[in-house]
Write a protein that binds this ligand. Sequence first.
Ligand code: AMP
Ligand code: MG
Length: 342
Amino acid sequence: MTEEQIDMELIREAGKIIRDGGLVAFPTETVYGLGGDALNPLSSRKIYAAKGRPSDNPLIVHIADQQALSSIVGEIPGNAWKLAERFWPGPLTMILHKSDRVPRETTGGLDTVAVRMPANRIAQEMIRAAGGYVAAPSANRSGRPSPTVARYVAEDLAGRVEMIIDGGDVEIGLESTIVDLTSDRPMVLRPGYITRQDLENVLSEVEEDRTLMEADAGQAPKAPGMKYRHYAPKGEMTVVKGVEEQVVSYINERCRECRDAGRRTGVIATDETLSGYCADVCRSVGCRHDEEAIARELYRILREFDDEAVEVIYAEAFDDSGIGRAIMNRLLKAAGHRVHLV
Ligand code: AMP
Ligand code: MG
């Protein structure tokens, strides 16, 4: 179905599945989500089991109306209202102190809860039909790239969920920005489509968890999920940084070596460089300066490398400001922070 033509009968069925303790995968504007009743501890356990996700990695609670916030959150700070006013519905998740209604199974044992109000209308209708509170991590098996089309949800979760709602391609393609509002200063725990600058335009000062872009910042990330190797394709991936021509020739050299050794290679290129590569599988994420297109294409391409049984992947690096920060954060995590400077 599409956001313009929502099949309300299917939505009601999905809502009932969730209210009865089952799981439904559904589209949001960021990536596909794997939804269960956020207020039912058994549903959260099922989500962890279906994903193969460690249970100390908390889930995001999705709501469809701002009023829903007050019953799952303790005190709502002024900053939360300001951000909700500006960015909800949309790709922003806020960490707030939880109320007793939210079971610890949903929050991975924490006293805080992550809350988001998605903009996708299919998601909104389904959340309402499900009772208003849907815990939903990305609808992939743990460690795999998040799904941006329903086909990839089915590949990972068919037989593990009661229903998959196909809403076509997602709009954004990277998970939501996460901002923690429970400490003195607001802090970005995961970069996304909404940038630190966007947040600072509303809240003046916003910090960023320093583990996000560094391989070894000497501390654990503040969002428990960010410590896991994540977003990963099956092939071994390296990000190559440097002047364009040198990046291309370095990658080509490595690809020739791999070919001699009988290993299948893949390259994440841009429209500007695509024709210059000699890898077995070359894919462009789009024009280098079109960050929105890159965000949309990245996970699909990582999945395609798996489909094509690519064993060694080289990716060009991108500018890490604006939305580029979220793109580079995901690329670096997919590469296990393996970076080569030329
Ligand atoms: P996903 O559901 O795959 O988008 O991942 C959710 C992300 O939100 C993970 O990285 C979690 O660690 C993070 N998260 C969820 N709840 C909290 C919380 N209460 N405090 C900090 N991070 C959280
Ligand atoms: Mg995920």
